[in-house]
Design a protein around this ligand. Structure first.
Ligand SMILES: [Fe+2]
Length: 258
């Protein structure tokens, strides 16, 4: 693919998002949230790709994946008013439908198109399917890191706001009660990802985001997470107790040893 193709995809994305412009303040706010998220994921993936010294074609493919990874989010929010896949539909599958029905990738080779669709499809899975071919796995890893780094930014910016009920969609409308599931603490202390079916409260969701560290693929991504202080900013909106002290020690030692 070429730089010109990338510009075409970026234009397609921006005009696609425009179609969702709404007079409803909640819808408009969340559409813009995902638009800006996408543009920052594009910046993140560019940093990672440069750090890994990817060849030009791979770099352009990675950037295209970033632009399209959440294209299903706009229809999802318009229709269901939530970003929770469990409460609506899988937004990655929705995204693939959007890309296929618009035939936007038809200017690329069959192989390039497959790389992009697989990366979009796998970007939000608990794990990349272990039987997938290695030539596709690189791109899945890139988008998963770039995406998580920006979700940390969106969430921790939100935690910094005075009123955490300004946009409850960000935390999937989970109840704001002072309880968390011990199993997620256990997962963190054992360097394991947690399964999102466990989510009951906002504390669970915040702890779950901390387990994403164990799914980060590249040192540069760990460095970005560390430098932007996302872990401490998340711990600030969790209780102060012995569990959380252990969680902090476990996460920092994991990052140090990465
Ligand atoms: Fe996504």
């Amino acid at each position: 693919m070429t730089e010109e193709d990338l510009l075409y995809f970026k234009d397609f994305f921006l005009s696609y998002v425009e179609k969702f412009r709404s007079n409803d303040e909640t819808i408009q706010k969340n559409i813009m949230l995902k638009k800006h998220h996408t543009l920052r994921v594009l910046e993140n993936i560019s940093i990672i790709s440069k750090n890994l010294q990817l060849d030009e074609n791979s770099d352009l493919l990675a950037k295209t994946i970033a632009i399209f990874h959440d294209i299903g989010r706009f229809y999802q929010f318009e229709k269901y008013k939530t970003f929770s896949d469990a409460q609506s539909e899988n937004h990655a599958e929705l995204g693939i439908k959007v890309l296929e029905s618009a035939e936007v990738l038809s200017r690329l080779s069959k192989e390039e198109k497959t790389i992009i669709l697989k990366a979009v499809q796998y970007h939000n899975m608990f794990k990349i399917p272990s039987n997938e071919e290695s030539k596709y796995i690189l791109f899945c890893k890139l988008i998963r890191d770039a995406d998580k780094i920006d979700i940390y930014k969106v969430l921790t910016d939100y935690y910094g706001e005075l009123d955490l009920d300004l946009n409850p969609a960000i935390e999937h409308n989970l109840p704001n009660i002072e309880h968390y599931s011990p199993i997620i603490i256990d997962d963190i202390l054992n360097s394991r990802n947690s399964n999102s079916k466990l989510l009951r409260t906002r504390y669970d969701m915040r702890l779950l985001t901390l387990t994403w560290i164990f799914d980060i693929n590249y040192k540069i991504s760990i460095d970005l997470i560390k430098n932007r202080d996302f872990i401490n900013k998340t711990l600030k909106v969790l209780p102060t107790n012995e569990d959380m002290t252990k969680v902090k020690v476990a996460l920092y030692s994991y990052m140090e040893n990465f």
